[in-house]
Write a protein that binds this ligand. Structure first.
Ligand code: NAD
Length: 329
């Protein structure tokens, strides 16, 4: 029989991919999402179009911090697992909206946890954390045991604090928790504010791209399908207690290399405008994934090149549909 699962932020990029897989394996899925306008919410409506056709899918359109919305969500309790992905997720906007980020990412997380411990105490909680917790680091891979007390942005600070909130809930109530630190997730439906998506859009339209820094920054880009496999493994894991795992690909890619890969798959040359490094940005991310491999049987399968190919294919097919709609109108 399928499991009963709650996914917060399930209309977003990572959440909607996860739900594709959960529904395909026959799980009963409840979603809480407020369709905020951090990016155009019509993208999120498209993400859930297919889900709405499934009788095992239920969505509550509401805010994580809102008691009435949480009442509606927990009418479907008890859940076997809760995947908490709803968050304000951008690094740069967090610099000017820190208090709002803290309200959603901390207050919202605590309110959700209170409901879980009251109505679904046996549920396993999977918390969507981030590689940004590691801050600025030298060229060696990031291990879960490393210090995470120097976050470079309010967003990063909110993710460290989210992990701590989860730990205190585990300690005080016995809630089973796995925190997953995602490393720069990409693929179809990627958030439009993220670099690969922005650059792809501009290069394909022949417009210039603003490149921050000298192109030597490196990111451990990880394909969304590999991330959702890791989440599913954490949801069903029998590992007791509280723990943290990196989900990355463990092969950092330079910014210049990323742009060249987009150029290759788009068949177009980028016009680059150099800009200074931005406050809050980390120069380098590189996941050690030994722990996730050992305990979650996590094994990233999609190379960066193949992931970019799939992203570009998705982007171009979406543009084609949009232009056909325009022609008909
Ligand atoms: P996303 O913005 O596409 O998805 C987040 C969803 O949460 C959105 O649909 C949004 O409407 C919803 N949401 C936000 N605030 C809410 C609130 N107050 N109440 C209810 N719903 C709310 O982002 P994503 O890239 O899919 O990220 C999902 C999670 O993974 C986030 O927690 C993010 O911090 C984390 N993460 C993402 C990446 C990445 O590269 N995409 C990397 C590290 C961590």
């Amino acid at each position: 029989m399928g499991k009963r699962v709650l996914v917060t932020g399930g209309a977003g990029f990572i959440g909607s991919h996860l739900i594709d897989k959960l529904l395909a394996q026959g799980d009963d899925v409840t979603v809480l999402d407020n369709f905020n306008d951090y990016y155009d919410p019509s993208n999120k409506r498209i993400n859930i179009q297919e889900h709405l056709k499934n009788k095992n899918y239920r969505i509550v359109e509401g805010d994580l911090r809102d008691d009435a919305s949480l009442d509606k969500v927990f009418q479907s309790a008890p859940f076997d697992s809760v995947v908490h992905l709803a968050a304000m997720a951008g690094v740069r906007p967090s610099l000017t909206q820190a208090a709002y980020y803290m309200d959603v990412n901390l207050n919202g997380t605590q309110k959700l946890i209170d409901r879980i411990t009251n109505s679904s105490p046996m549920a396993r909680l999977v918390f969507g954390s981030s590689s940004s917790v590691y801050g600025s680091r030298e060229c060696e891979n990031f291990k879960e045991s490393d210090r995470v007390d120097r976050p470079l942005s309010p967003y990063a600070a909110s993710k460290v604090a989210g992990e701590l909130i989860c730990y205190s809930a585990h300690h005080t109530t016995g809630l089973q928790v796995i925190c997953l630190r995602f490393f720069t997730v990409f693929g179809p439906r990627q958030r439009p504010d993220l670099a690969i998506h922005k650059f792809c859009e501009l290069i394909s339209e022949g417009k210039p791209i603003e490149v921050f820094g000298d192109g030597t920054t490196r990111r451990d880009y990880t394909f969304v399908g590999d991330i959702t496999d890791g989440i599913m493994s954490a949801m069903t894991s029998e590992l007791p207690g509280y723990d943290i795992y990196n989900l990355g690909r463990s092969e950092p890619v330079g910014l210049t290399e990323m742009i060249e890969c987009l150029e290759k798959h788009l068949g177009k040359k980028a016009q680059i405008v150099r800009m200074p490094m931005q406050m809050g940005d980390v120069p380098f991310t590189f996941a050690s994934i030994d722990k996730a491999k050992q305990y979650l049987k996590y094994e990233p399968k999609v190379s960066f090149d193949e992931g970019v190919r799939r992203f570009v294919e998705w982007h171009l097919s979406r543009k084609k549909v949009a232009s056909q709609v325009e022609i008909r109108a």
